[in-house]
Design a protein. Structure first.
Length: 327
């Protein structure tokens, strides 16, 4: 476990295209062969990191978005159904403004959502009691500042305000790659004026298998000052890239809690299909799922989410959907 907690990898932008000679010589091979081995490892590392970055950007994953420092706006319209919750419709707007006059490391986040309780596709612990910067209120604003960005770590702070409360927090991410695996440790500590402290610790382990297959497992444990117990989860995600316009995610989520007694609170099986919808900045998603919640005596809870997302701003700069895995 101690080894896993220090695993992860540097961003593709900081990988040296020419790794150069290493400190130690490999026995029985010459310098030219050593150089070829180092170059092959470098290319494999770049491929792994680019695979993760592309998938996280395509699936609108926080792993990619939270460390992105560019102006962006997103409109999302979701329609969901689950057996125990019925139908729901949830529009959402999120605006990120880069603030170069203030600092090259700062940006402003403004979020608005019509429905805080939309949960047809929720992760039952990451959305409890809040969802990253905006769950408790319809409207919130936050200033995020990158304190320190290194080759394999990232430290940022956030100050936010919404109706009825304010909050501040620190987020630390450490990465390191070893062999074919990449690891990522993230710890987020926040203080809310109405609910006190919360801390979310997560560990990702991921591996690229081919140009079309990528695997990630995630373990997460949450602590809330105002809540009893330690909700935690272990999920497995397998990504299949169909082409540069379409991708699938197969997910198994296991969710647990320690209070009032230790139990599995839910088991969720989900498939997410996403594709470009006529334009690079327009993405359509279909996500059927089934859950087996403890509070409904493990009865099957089938559901489905339909989602349309429109992005503005950052794609023109970064061309995030350009060529998957070197296509």
């Amino acid at each position: 476990m101690g080894i896993l907690l220090v695993c992860a990898s540097s961003s593709m932008a900081e990988l040296d295209p020419d790794p150069g000679p290493q400190d130690d010589d490999i026995p029985l091979i010459n310098d030219e062969q050593e150089q070829k081995i180092d170059e092959a490892h470098q290319k494999a590392s770049e491929l792994l990191v680019s695979a993760a970055d592309w998938l996280d950007s395509f699936f609108d994953d926080d792993r990619y978005i939270l460390e992105e420092n560019s102006t962006r706006a997103q409109l999302r319209f979701s329609v969901g159904y689950s057996h125990f919750d019925g139908f729901d419709f949830s529009p959402r707007v999120r605006l990120r403004l880069k603030l170069p006059k203030l600092s090259k490391k700062a940006f402003l986040i403004v979020s608005a959502s019509d429905d805080d309780d939309f949960d047809a596709s929720d992760n039952p612990i990451s959305d409890h009691p809040r969802n990253e910067d905006n769950e408790k209120s319809d409207l919130s604003a936050a200033l995020r500042y990158f304190l320190k960005v290194g080759k394999d770590y990232h430290l940022s702070t956030t100050f936010g305000i919404s109706w009825g409360y304010m909050y501040a927090g620190l987020r630390y991410r450490y990465e390191h790659d070893f062999g074919p695996w990449q690891g990522r440790l993230v710890d987020t500590l926040k203080y809310y004026t109405d609910d006190g402290f919360e801390n979310i610790l997560s560990l990702d382990m991921e591996r690229y298998f081919s140009r079309h297959w990528f695997f990630r497992t995630n373990g997460s444990i949450n602590w809330y000052e105002e809540e009893d117990g330690l909700p935690h989860s272990l999920s497995f995600q397998l990504y299949q890239v169909l082409n540069r316009h379409q991708a699938l995610q197969y997910e198994v989520g296991n969710y647990f809690d320690t209070e009032p007694s230790y139990k599995m609170t839910d088991l969720q099986l989900r498939i997410r299909y996403r594709q470009r919808f006529y334009r690079d900045w327009l993405v359509f998603e279909v996500a059927p799922q089934i859950g087996f919640p403890y509070d409904h005596n493990r009865e099957p809870n089938p559901g489905i989410v339909l989602r349309l997302e429109a992005d503005f701003g950052y794609m023109a700069e970064q061309d995030a959907f350009k060529a998957v895995f070197g296509f």
